[in-house]
Design a protein around this ligand. Sequence first.
Ligand code: CO
Length: 192
Amino acid sequence: MKIVHYPHPALRHPARPVAAIDKSLHLQIGQMMDLMYEAKGLGLAAPQVALPFQLLVMNITGDPLKRDCEEVFLNPAIVERKGIVDDEEGCLSFPGLYQKIRRAKTVRIQAYNLKGQAVEKVVTDLEARAWQHEIDHLNGVLFIDKMGPFARLAARSSVKSFEREFRALQQKGDIPPDLEIEKVLAALEAKS
Ligand code: CO
């Protein structure tokens, strides 16, 4: 498992709800947490590791020693948004790219935990931003889609270089062609 970078097709593939909490899911979650810490992120969504499922991991402190801040959510949804705040945001699928993004200041979330229990919580500021960003990933939405005209212009050359780099790796054979990736995603969905 590794974190895929834009424009990997998994990032645009809408995620399926998680249907079973089993051993392989626990294994995937452990690997996602490790990758998130390694990349110094606060959250990671399953599509970012090429898994087409509604699953995300988070540790808003970013500190691997603070295990009590680790959170795992299945099939999450934002049910209420309040306020607006512009702040800098990054994404592990666009390493090094940071831009101001407008988000709701406070959101109410519903999801399931690893015990299969429904959970609801209200989060604000950084945590609300992380949630909105990660849930977007589950819908195939990326932070570049949320940029205003100025941020979009500022990010343009960086986005283009991610595209060039990805296509070059595909040409070298280090990354499979898009069609093959789509087939793997479809096979993963069929197994679930
Ligand atoms: Co992201």
